[in-house]
Unconditional design. Structure first.
Length: 258
């Protein structure tokens, strides 16, 4: 599933449509009314919040997209080529087309509805306006394992399974440790690690937590220190695999004792 860095990267790339009048269509036919309502609208800005993306139109309409497990955006410059038939929404200018495929959410809403979605999300470490103190207070009061709390989008937005495993390893915290048992300094360090790791992933376009001179040449299977690894990439200890918060957790038993 795409994590927050994917959405922020998309927001940055979709910014090429800022100020353009969009030709909107639904080749698949499942978003025809929404596409008609957006057609010829001016795109004013793109707002990423965690794993949610909002395209804000001059009309006041907001396109709300969540990619879910399968969704993706594809960019085309060959505008003569007909879109794939599974394209839910095509947004095109006279230069470029962006095709949205298999999102879990694609809906046209208003500003109030957007505010409701955003109010249900915790602070997003990738947003400059993120309220870090609110995130730290929520974690500091949370009786759940830290590995579960980090996956809750209402606590911190944008963290998925790769970031939670890699960030907990980076700060040396066991995923089963109750969040509220962590002291304030450890929570601040965790937030800062998430900010740094997620920002780097926006730049890289993927999640790479190992050090490398040529980052983009790192194979996907070797890009993480604990996630889906057999041995810890720091100390070589066999990785412990468990279930935390309903998802597979990976941690180093040496560097992340309970
Ligand atoms: Zn280790």
């Amino acid at each position: 599933m795409p994590e927050g860095h994917t959405i922020h990267r998309l927001a940055r790339d979709l910014a090429e449509l800022h100020g353009s009048r969009l030709h909107a269509s639904s080749p698949q036919g499942r978003f025809t009314a929404g596409a008609e309502a957006m057609d010829d609208a001016l795109l004013e800005r793109v707002e990423p919040f965690g794993k949610h993306l909002f395209l804000c139109m001059g009309t006041g309409g907001r396109l709300h997209v969540h990619l879910g497990m399968q969704g993706k955006w594809l960019r085309f410059e060959e505008l003569g080529r007909p879109p794939l038939k599974q394209v839910r929404l095509r947004l095109a200018t006279d230069r470029v087309a962006w095709d949205l495929i298999a999102p879990s959410t694609c809906e046209l809403i208003d500003g109030e509805a957007m505010a409701r979605v955003v109010s249900g999300l915790g602070p997003d470490p990738l947003r400059p306006d993120a309220d870090a103190a609110a995130a730290l207070a929520a974690l500091g009061a949370d009786p759940r394992p830290i590995g579960s709390a980090l996956l809750d989008q209402g606590v911190i937005a944008g963290v998925g399974n790769v970031f939670r495993n890699e960030a907990l390893h980076a700060v040396g915290v066991h995923p089963d440790r109750p969040a509220r048992s962590m002291d304030a300094a450890a929570l601040v360090e965790l937030w800062q690690v998430l900010q740094r790791m997620m920002s780097q992933a926006v730049e890289d376009g993927r999640i790479i937590t190992v050090e490398a001179v040529d980052r983009l040449a790192v194979p996907e299977s070797e890009a993480r220190r604990v996630y889906k690894q057999e041995h810890c990439r720091d100390c070589g200890a066999p990785i412990t695999v468990s279930k935390v918060g309903g998802r597979t957790a990976y941690h180093c038993p040496v560097e992340q004792p309970l």
